[in-house]
Design a binder for this molecule. Sequence first.
Ligand code: HEC
Ligand code: HEC
Ligand code: HEC
Ligand code: HEC
Ligand code: HEC
Length: 132
Amino acid sequence: MILFGAVLLSARAEPFSHQRHAGVNLQCTFCHKTAATAERAAFPAWKTCHTCHTEMAEHPIPSRRVYKLPDFVFFSHARHSAAKVECTACHGDVKTQARIELHRSTRMASCVDCHKEIKATLVCNACHELGQ
Ligand code: HEC
Ligand code: HEC
Ligand code: HEC
Ligand code: HEC
Ligand code: HEC
């Protein structure tokens, strides 16, 4: 475990900046703990930030949803990670983004384009149960 020392913070509640943290070079899974192992990548809790920001008072870490699928779509981070699809293929280089911006659309056409190109599944029911 590397110690980064206390990083002083002002009380402002700004959205988390990946760009600002590019220098500390953390693995994505340091904060998005289940990005390789579960459907959801998940957001970090205060405790994770507190590792470095030891002065930070306990509070919920805000998260917007830039990437959001409707409930009837099945998506799995674990499946894509197992197939060696990099985070950047869908989310771009977040380390250059002060605020997360949509890199690759979450529309069906965008999923299907890559699945065609890479010869991944195109079966309708792989992504949603459409009824028989
Ligand atoms: C130090 C913790 C931390 C690290 C490391 C980190 N993130 Fe994040 N990430 C966050 C927080 C906090 C949010 C929520 C802030 C927001 O909504 O903009 C977030 C949001 C995101 C989102 C936006 C999700 C959405 O739907 O809006 C994506 C995509 C993302 N991170 C990808 C990555 C990738 C890829 C990496 C590795 C290159 C990474 N993150 C590393 C803390 C982190
Ligand atoms: C590995 C250590 C580390 C972790 C973990 C970490 N940070 Fe940071 N954070 C830093 C460093 C170092 C800076 C200063 C970067 C700079 O000044 O360019 C910083 C800067 C910041 C700033 C800007 C400070 C200011 O006053 O302008 C905010 C806000 C922030 N971090 C919030 C968070 C949040 C929220 C989390 C958890 C999701 C988090 N950090 C996790 C190391 C970390
Ligand atoms: C094949 C495209 C794709 C890849 C690769 C991918 N993501 Fe995502 N990501 C998405 C989609 C689509 C969503 C929205 C999921 C939803 O709404 O159910 C999402 C949502 C997220 C979120 C929001 C929180 C959550 O749990 O849904 C985070 C954080 C995130 N991704 C981080 C990552 C990280 C880190 C990696 C690499 C380890 C990664 N993603 C790889 C497409 C991808
Ligand atoms: C690789 C994943 C994937 C596959 C394969 C797929 N879909 Fe989709 N589908 C999605 C996503 C993501 C959405 C939601 C976003 C959108 O509406 O574009 C969606 C949305 C839809 C909708 C709702 C559209 C709307 O405007 O509300 C229908 C209907 C649909 N798909 C039918 C199908 C049929 C039929 C097939 C097989 C020929 C299929 N899908 C295959 C990912 C997929
Ligand atoms: C950049 C390329 C890429 C994008 C974009 C992408 N996928 Fe995939 N997807 C893959 C690969 C590669 C696999 C693994 C090969 C396979 O299982 O067929 C996969 C597998 C899957 C599986 C598991 C298939 C199975 O057989 O069970 C689902 C479900 C899926 N993707 C849904 C989606 C949805 C929904 C989206 C859009 C939101 C999406 N994918 C976007 C490349 C991509």
